[in-house]
Each structure stands twice: as C-alpha cells, then as structure tokens.
Design a protein around this ligand. Sequence first.
Ligand code: GRG
Length: 332
Amino acid sequence: MSLIWSPIPNTIRTNKLMFNPTRRPPAIAAALSQEKATFDFTRYMEEKAARVERALDASVPLREPRLVHEAMRYSLLAGGKRVRPILCLAACELVGGPERAAMPSACAVEMVHTMSLIHDDLPCMDDDDLRRGRPTSHRAFGEAVAVLAGDALLSLSFEHVASATPGVSPDRVVRAIAELGRSVGSEGLVGGQVADISSEGVSGVGLEQLEYIHLHKTAVLLEAAVVMGAIVGGAGDEAVERLRKFARRVGLLFQVVDDILDVTKSSEELGKTAGKDVATDKATYPKLMGLERSREFAEELKREAYEQMAVFDEAKAAPLLALADFIAYRNN
Ligand code: GRG
C-alpha cells in the first residue's frame, strides 16, 4: 500500500464518488500535508469499491423470478459511494482480519442500505423520483415490485452473512448478524424513520429530536458496518466498543454533511433531488443551527471520531480516518 497522501488530483472520481481535497479547511490541509506517513486514499477507494462492486454483482444473480431479481440488481448495482461496505472492510483489516472475512457483511450492509433507500423513496414515504442519478425503483418497476425488491434485499442480507462468511467462528457470525438485525429494526432504521415521519409538519422539532432521528436513520447502519467488520475480523470487546463510538460520530457527521449538501448542491451534483428539506420544511442542522455552525459541528464530530482511533496503530487506522475525512468533505 502506498503511504503517500499526495500527489492527489484536485478532484478524484471513483465510480460516482467525488472527493475534492481542496475543500478541506486550511488547518486540516496543512496538518495533512505535514504528516510523514499518510496513505493513498484514492487508490484505496478505487480498489475497495471495485471489489465490493464485483461481490455485490455476484451476490444477486439474475435468477427466476426475473422481475424481482432485476429490480434488486437495478437498485443495488446503481452506483452509490459504497461508504458503508468500505467502512466494514476497513474495520476488519484494522483489527487484523482478512478482507474476504468481511466481504459478505460489507455486501449485507449495502443491501440493507439499498432497500432502505427503495422504501424511503416510495410514495407512502418521501415519494421521490430520482435516486443515484436514475428513476427510483417504484418509478422503474411499479410500487409493488419496489416493495418486494426491498424486502428480498433485506432477507438476502442476513442469509448472505450466515451462508457466505468464510473462516469465521459461528459465534462471531451470529454476533455480526445480531448487529445487523439491531441496526434495521424498531430501535434502528425503522425507529429513525418513524421518528422522522412523526416529526413532519410538526413545529418546534429541536436538536435533541433531530439527533435521535439521524442517529437512528443514518448513524446506526454505519455503526453496524464498522462493528460487523470488527467482529468478523476477530476484534476484542474493547476494540469493538471504540470502533462503535467512532462509527456513531462518523454516522452523525455523515448526516450533518448530508443536510448541508441538500442546501448547497444541485440535484445533478447529488444524483437525487436537492433542496427537498427546505421545500418540505424539514428540521435539519442548517435550519436549526445555521450553515456555519453546522459546518463547525461537523468538524467537532470528526475530531471526536478521530479521538476514538488514537489507540490503534496509525498506519492501520489510516483508511478509517481518511474515510471520516471523505465523509466530512464530500460533494455528493
Ligand atoms: C430497514 C426495514 C427497513 C425499512 C426502511 C425507509 C426506512 C426504513 C429508513 C430510511 C433510511 C434512510 C433512507 C436514511 C437516509 C440515509 C442516507 C444518508 C442515505 C444517503 O446515503 P449515501 O449518501 O447514498 O451513502 P449512496 O447513494 O451514495 O449510497
């Protein structure tokens, strides 16, 4: 692995991933350029994303009944930044596990993420037309097939970890599956979505409720990705809990940045409908604390995430730290 952060092109494109390091605040850019041992994030992301892409493709063959498998593949293989699966692989490798042990978990987390996007876009939820730069699943396949494709991806995610994880003890595989289940259910994604729906059109949604929604709608799956990777990678309890805290901060950071991008970028740049939060008068960090304070809050979250990583070997922790950076300074 190259240990050189620079030279790095100003705009890096990986699949649909765009990362512009010039957007870093000057202090961070200076700190990074002073680091003796940094690592080639672009190459890392390209290599990991390519392997994740191949594994996802193989995980959902075009079987009968063709229609539902087409719909599953349409959404799952539509690009996306693949942040969650790469976090999972990076966590596994940080604690000394091989990439192959975490690949089924990485794919499972992306399946759950994709199904949550399919359901989130439905007319009964956000009623969106555009996702990952193409028509949403229900626009392409109709509502019934979109619901079923989401259900099938959810079910496959658990099956895939259980049946395809190589060389990991059954106890650890079961723990990883339990982690995924917790992240999906009524105290995870579903709980976050219910809280989000319940707060729609309600005036006076405060920061505490907003944080609950984001921790459950978004952070919980990034947390599952990292924790599953650590578990199948053989991590001890203390390392797992540190990585959990790291991922939770990064997850919240992800959503704060998402809120900021919604008001600062176009639909074309985002690959999904921009400005929707304002149009629907949704509670967001920029709305509740203003754009500048939201950016400062994002920096605080990133700092707190970094703190959790201080105990790990610097070179081994570099991918997770660079991913936190990428999440903080991404453009879409
Ligand atoms: C899980 C059973 C079950 C139901 C779903 C609809 C729902 C319940 C939850 C909504 C979850 C949701 C859509 C959260 C938003 C998460 C988020 C920030 C999505 C954007 O993620 P990116 O930017 O997207 O990583 P790409 O396309 O790059 O993967």
